[in-house]
Design a binder for this molecule. Structure first.
Ligand code: ADP
Length: 162
């Protein structure tokens, strides 16, 4: 039984994240989307709001569940008995940081592997930050996130003038 966690901030979840979830769920028996409860980072959405948004979007995936965690990602992986941590790589700029974290984690718990999926070309530019920025200027975010969560994002962002 191959259980994997896909950790991140998901503030908010985007089509880039959903692409990684749908591709990784066929590689593993079970995926837990692990939402970092990072109040120190002052997220736009609370951890509970992020969890409920993601749950709605992955409801048809029978092997995907959603949970929150705080502290070290490897500790959460260990706690839920996952042997794999999934991360997405968009560009070389992601690489150095991700490599370092993966190596530190591997030293901590050699039995847990980090697996990187490269982003689909169509989402390589996409990040939660881009979504928040775009929405705050009243931009059209329908190519970035599913329609269901657009009103939630638009209601949360502090509108700046264009
Ligand atoms: P974090 O703060 O941990 O980077 P994010 O929510 O920004 O959390 O991202 C979670 C994971 O999803 C990371 O591995 C990130 O590289 C990946 N990711 C984010 N956006 C995309 C995208 N457009 N395509 C592929 N992977 C992505």
């Amino acid at each position: 039984m191959r259980k994997a966690i896909y950790p991140g901030s998901f503030d908010p979840i985007t089509y880039g994240h959903l692409d990684i979830i749908s591709r990784s769920r066929v590689m593993f028996d079970e995926i837990i989307v692990a939402v970092l409860d990072n109040s120190a980072k002052k997220p736009l959405f609370s951890a509970d709001e992020r969890v409920s948004m993601i749950k709605g979007l992955v409801k048809d995936y029978d092997n995907v569940s959603v949970a929150t965690f705080d502290g070290l990602t490897v500790d959460f992986a260990k706690k839920v008995d996952a042997s794999v941590i999934i991360r997405g790589l968009r560009a070389v700029t992601d690489f150095e940081y991700e490599l370092q974290i993966a190596q530190v984690n591997h030293v901590q718990y050699p039995s847990i592997e980090t697996v990187f999926l490269t982003t689909s070309l169509s989402y390589s530019y996409l990040s939660s930050t881009v979504v928040r920025e775009f929405a705050s200027y009243g931009g059209d975010i329908s190519k970035f996130v599913p329609d269901e969560i657009i009103p939630l994002i638009e209601a949360k962002v502090v509108r700046k003038s264009r």
